[in-house]
Write a protein that binds this ligand. Structure first.
Ligand code: NAD
Length: 422
């Protein structure tokens, strides 16, 4: 195995590789395929300037696009705007996308991209210029048959609309299929906005059924009230769960009797932050993770459940909306404590599943109703959960290992069939 220092060697990359190594060893994976899967197939690092709003200042920032595996079809994965974005983080996220797509059975390899900025520091005009320039920097890598970006942390439908427009301007005609998670008016899919959250909730329902917990009245705490977390909270509440705490970058709010999410949404629309919400007790993001509850949904960033707090978690289920929220050591502690973890590559796969539906709809120029989208999404998520649970029971492994085994097995078979070129 590769032991020299790699350009993308960071803690998050090490977590992704450690997960791969553990699973591959257990599966007795072909060593040649194993070695190939530990590193990305393609990675592009760019630095580019953009004008600040005063037009005098020009800032230079770094951007990344990583394609982990080109074997399965075009690559697919989100674009992240965050101050911690690096080649290692982007590579880890691309790798997780590979397992996720293979696990669900989507015809994509994994990719990820990002720009190292703190999006809250920039105006909408500045973000638009950053997005357009970043798109043109990575334009050779993307395309509906090559690599299809989507929203992630710090990016949204509007970001995707700017990317789609920039790509289309260069091509000379509208190319909606170059990104997913875009607005419905330009070829987005109904149901995409809530898809990741809906997938998380579908897994929570299945996990509750498996463990004999009633969803009605179940207490849920959600870290991160963004695209994933807010949809998961709202959908779970609509099905009878009691959302007792939510948080964002500025901390969270807590009410053991259940929060009024409509009021929270109104507050978010008005001020963009939970810190102005008065309908509950304030708490920190760290405190939220340790609240007594039935279901904990980390839906913000990575590295939140660690060896430092895993002993203090007081939930029965962790459903990972975020990518990489649990460290390897914490995973072990949760396993020992009997906390049921639905891993990221399964729990948050609803997003890429409906992104796949969007890509299919764009290719066919034939659009589905929201009900069709949601019904198919729920069926796929239920099937994936059942299959992963079965593997976990048959092999006596946790759900993360079982999910990775399924994903890696599929990829390895595809690689074996295609062979090595030349
Ligand atoms: P988002 O930007 O819409 O929301 C992120 C939320 O987390 C916000 O409430 C933000 O305030 C909060 N947050 C950010 N940094 C934080 C910090 N340091 N501590 C506490 N809270 C913090 O992002 P999103 O699209 O909802 O993504 C959230 C997670 O879900 C990420 O890990 C992402 O990779 C993963 N994910 C997203 C999708 C998707 O479809 N958007 C799909 C699969 C997985």
């Amino acid at each position: 195995m590769t032991s020299h220092k790699l350009e993308w060697d960071t803690p998050m990359y090490r977590l992704a590789v450690a997960q791969l190594d553990q699973t591959a060893a257990r599966m007795q994976l072909d060593e040649n395929i194993w070695e190939r899967l530990r590193t990305p197939q393609r990675a592009l690092v760019v630095s580019f300037p953009f004008r600040r709003d005063n037009y005098q200042e020009v800032d230079t920032v770094f951007g990344y696009r990583v394609q982990h595996l080109l074997t399965m079809g075009p690559t697919k994965g989100g674009i992240r705007y965050d101050e911690d974005v690096s080649l290692g983080e982007t590579t880890a996220l691309a790798m997780w996308m590979t397992w996720k797509c293979a696990l669900i059975g989507l015809p994509f390899g994994g990719a990820k991209g990002g720009v190292r900025i703190s999006p809250r520091s920039f105006s909408q005009n500045e973000l638009q210029r950053i997005t357009r320039r970043f798109t043109s920097e990575i334009i050779e890598m993307i395309g509906p048959d090559r690599d299809i970006p989507a929203p992630d942390l710090g990016t949204n439908e509007q970001t995707m609309a700017w990317m789609m427009d920039t790509y289309s301007q260069q091509t000379g005609h509208a190319v909606p299929g170059v990104v997913t998670g875009k607005p419905v008016e330009i070829g987005g899919s109904l149901g995409r906005r809530d898809a990741t959250g809906r997938g998380v909730v579908t897994c929570v329902i299945e996990a509750c059924r498996h463990l004999g917990i009633a969803l009605e009245g179940a207490r849920m705490a959600v870290q991160g009230y963004g695209q994933v977390g807010s949809a998961a909270a709202r959908i779970a509440a609509s099905l009878g769960a009691r959302v007792i705490a939510v948080s964002d970058l500025d901390g969270g709010v807590h009410d053991p009797h259940g929060l009024d999410l409509a009021q929270i949404d109104a507050c978010m629309r008005e001020s963009g932050s939970l810190k102005d919400f008065s309908g509950g007790e304030r708490l920190t993001n760290a405190e939220l993770l340790e609240l007594p509850c039935d279901v904990l949904v980390p839906a913000a960033i990575q590295n939140q459940i660690t060896a430092g707090n895993a002993e203090r978690l007081r939930c029965r289920i962790v459903a990972e909306g975020a990518n990489g929220p649990t460290t390897l050591e914490a995973d072990e502690i949760l396993r020992r404590r009997g906390i049921f973890v639905v891993p990221d590559i399964l729990a948050n796969a609803g997003g890429v599943t409906v992104s796949y539906f969007e890509w299919v709809q764009d290719a066919q120029q034939f659009f589905w109703t929201e009900e069709e989208v949601n019904t198919r999404l729920i069926q796929i998520m239920q099937r994936a959960f059942t299959e992963v649970l079965k593997v976990s029971q048959e092999k006596g492994v946790d759900l993360r290992t079982a999910a990775m085994m399924r994903g890696i097995h599929r990829v390895a078979e595809a690689k074996r069939r295609r062979g090595v070129f030349p």
